[in-house]
Design a protein around this ligand. Structure first.
Ligand SMILES: [Zn+2]
Ligand SMILES: [Zn+2]
Length: 144
C-alpha cells in the first residue's frame, strides 16, 4: 500500500493506539483514542472485585474501545447500580466497565493497559470507604 493513497493515510491514527489485556492472555483490547480522565477509586466494590486496596480506572472516548480478541471470555457483574464490571472468566482479571445507559464500554482498568496509559489519575474517589491500606496509599501524591 502506498503512502500516496489518501485512504491509507486517513485511516492511520495520529498516535499509536493503546493496547491491553488480561493476565492469561485470552482477552485483548485496543483503545485508538487518548484516555479522557482517570481516578483512583477507594469504594468497597472496587476493593472486593479487584482484590486491591485502591483501583485506578480511566474513562475512554465513548465507542472507541474495541475488544480485539477473546470477547467470549468476558463476563460482567452488574451490581444493580453503577457500571457493569467486566472481567476475564479464565483468569479473573478486572478489565473494563460498561455504561448501563449507553451499553458502551466506557471504563478501562489501568493495570490492564500495556505500557504507559498516557494520563495519570487526577483524583481519589469514595475515600470515605477506604480501608487502612487505601488510606496509606493517599499519603503519596496522586500524580507522580
Ligand atoms: Zn484472562
Ligand atoms: Zn470503586
Amino acid at each position: 500500500m502506498s503512502i500516496d493513497d489518501p485512504a491509507a493515510v486517513s485511516e492511520r491514527p495520529a498516535s499509536p493506539a493503546l493496547t491491553g489485556g488480561c493476565g492469561c492472555g485470552a482477552v485483548r483490547f485496543e483503545i485508538p483514542e487518548p484516555l479522557v480522565g482517570a481516578a483512583y477509586c477507594h469504594c468497597t466494590r472496587c476493593q472486593r472485585r479487584s482484590g486491591t486496596a485502591v483501583q485506578a480506572s480511566a474513562k475512554v472516548e465513548p465507542g472507541s474501545l474495541k475488544v480485539t480478541q477473546g470477547e467470549e471470555h468476558l463476563k460482567g457483574w452488574a451490581p444493580g447500580e453503577g457500571f457493569e464490571k467486566i472481567f476475564c472468566i479464565e483468569c479473573g482479571s478486572a478489565l473494563l466497565g460498561r455504561d448501563p445507559q449507553t451499553g458502551e464500554l466506557a471504563i478501562v482498568r489501568m493495570g490492564a493497559i500495556d505500557g504507559d496509559p498516557g494520563i495519570r489519575p487526577q483524583a481519589h474517589q469514595f475515600v470515605a470507604y477506604a480501608g487502612p491500606l487505601g488510606a496509606d496509599s493517599r499519603r503519596r501524591p496522586a500524580a507522580l
